[in-house]
Design a protein around this ligand. Structure first.
Ligand code: ZN
Length: 134
């Protein structure tokens, strides 16, 4: 279960950061990428479960879904993936969700018409904000 190791890692990173800066965590925010290959609900449930008994138990935790973004490698313009998916069929959207590399075959850059993309955001799970009370 990759999710468990991932969530344990997130929690210990936040605690380490607080120790390094000699503070207490008031709140922290975790972003789960839209295209992250994890079970998003499981990650949320594990976060809630695993902070129990740690110093993060009383911190305010926010979990948000991070929208995927791509960069056109030809003209460098950036796009939200859902804008590009708009004209596609539901089947195609679903395929891209599981295999984001397929974006290159289904869509073109609205700016230059090429289809050479790099996924910049939305593939990982990460801590995006930690508020400390020092
Ligand atoms: Zn382009």
């Amino acid at each position: 279960m990759h999710e468990l190791a991932l969530v344990e890692g997130i929690i210990s990173n936040v605690i380490d950061l607080a120790h390094e800066r000699k503070g207490h965590v008031v709140s922290f925010k975790v972003a789960i990428g839209e295209f992250a290959q994890f079970d998003k609900k499981l990650i949320k449930d594990l976060l809630v479960e695993l902070v129990k008994g740690t110093e993060l138990e009383r911190a305010k935790m926010t979990v948000e879904i991070e929208k995927a973004e791509i960069k056109c490698l030809y003209c460098n313009s950036k796009w939200k993936v859902n804008e590009l998916l708009e004209p596609l069929s539901n089947d195609q959207k679903e395929m891209i969700h599981f295999l984001p590399e397929l974006l290159n075959s289904f869509t073109k850059c609205p700016n230059c018409g090429k289809s050479d993309f790099e996924i910049e955001k939305g593939r990982s799970v990460r801590v995006v904000e930690v508020e400390l009370n020092v």
